[in-house]
Design a binder for this molecule. Structure first.
Ligand code: HEC
Length: 333
């Protein structure tokens, strides 16, 4: 809940601005018509917050490649911007004693009550502020220093029910048609797939060259071709998180320690689901997980905008192959 301190700052800022405005309207603070520099200072900090905390994150939802949700900037960066804004304001008012006195004026007059308060209401308001501010600061400090134990608030269900429309899908590359195989044979003759280094492919290509019967070798060789393509796509798109060996240890994996990228070699991941389920997870990513599937969030991206379904099926073939595991198959009835 890193937003809470920032929210408190914002609320305090807005309350302050409102209060000063009200006080000026009623003539409590002298200088009606001229905005005190304290109000300017608070306004500048508030504007910085609105720009970096609200406008920038929401701006990602527009334009050519809109994000489905706001993309917040890191809270430490936002905090730094706010600190810079405060320091900037203080530096400016600190350049002359007169400016500083004017800046502090409203606070001083409020605290001392000198000559500006209508009888009765002033001391009360002061007491309220003198109680609220320490309590808020206290709460803030408590919130920051209170030891947090990261016990999960709910169990994560790694494999929730997939949407109905995915259930019946099958990986077309598991059962190529005769046409697919014929086309593949022609391509192999032309040397199109000679970059594939695998015994299954090489045996097929060799027998094809020698003019022998290849019917028993073509299936495994075709599978190698699909995995060859899928692996390329996997390396580009999935390796950063799921790792070269599909073991969930990609270079970026360390950044997601609450729900780490799935280790596909683990028995509890893709072996327990069908390929249709894997396709759903790749196509729709974490945002499509129901609440019980992601109590602590997941970094799994949506791939639908960037990859075709065809490419995803190829990646899935490669994923199972690299991990050395098999998908669950639907029981035959
Ligand atoms: C930014 C990091 C990241 C990238 C990149 C990424 N994933 Fe994931 N992936 C995750 C995380 C984290 C999980 C575990 C949480 C979850 O299931 O959503 C996951 C889970 C999965 C699962 C579900 C496994 C299961 O057992 O249910 C599949 C399938 C998957 N990823 C496939 C892919 C594929 C294919 C790609 C590339 C096209 C890819 N991922 C790219 C982070 C990533």
């Amino acid at each position: 809940m890193s937003e809470v301190p920032i929210l408190i700052v914002l609320i305090l800022g807005l309350l302050g601005l409102g209060g000063i405005w009200l006080a000026m309207q009623r003539g409590i603070i002298p200088g009606k018509g001229k905005v005190p520099s304290l109000a300017w200072g608070l306004a500048i900090v508030a504007v910085v917050y609105v720009i970096f905390g609200i406008i920038v994150p929401h701006s990602y939802q527009y334009g050519e490649n809109p994000s489905p949700a706001p993309v917040p900037i890191p809270s430490t960066a936002l905090g730094l911007y706010l600190v810079f804004a405060v320091v900037g304001v203080l530096t400016y008012v600190g350049t002359s004693e007169e400016r500083f006195r004017e800046f502090m004026g409203p606070i001083e007059r409020f605290l001392s009550g000198e000559g500006i308060w209508e009888k009765g209401r002033g001391p009360m308001a002061r007491k309220v502020v003198l109680v609220i501010v320490p309590v808020l600061v206290g709460l803030l400090v408590f919130q920051i220093t209170y030891p947090k134990i990261a016990t999960p608030t709910g169990l994560r269900i790694a494999h929730p029910t997939m949407p109905k429309k995915y259930e019946a899908l099958e990986n077309p590359y598991r059962h190529p048609t005769d046409q697919d195989l014929q086309k593949f044979t022609v391509e192999v003759k032309e040397g199109m797939w000679d970059a594939i280094i695998h015994p299954d492919y090489e045996a097929f290509a060799e027998r094809l060259r020698d003019g022998g019967d290849v019917s028993d070798l073509i299936g495994p060789a075709y599978k190698r071709r699909i995995i060859y393509e899928g692996r390329d796509l996997y390396m580009i798109n999935c390796r950063p998180c799921h790792g070269t060996k599909a073991d969930g240890k990609g270079p970026m994996a360390g950044g997601f320690n609450r729900v780490p990228p799935a280790d596909f070699t683990d028995e509890g991941t893709i072996t327990t689901v069908t390929e249709a389920f894997a396709l759903w997870r790749v196509e729709k990513g974490a945002p499509d997980l129901p609440a019980q599937g992601s109590p602590w969030g997941s970094a799994m991206p949506i791939w639908e905008p960037d990859l075709t379904r065809d490419q995803m099926w190829k990646i899935i073939m490669a994923e199972y192959d690299t991990a050395g595991v098999q998908p669950r198959t639907m029981e035959e009835h």
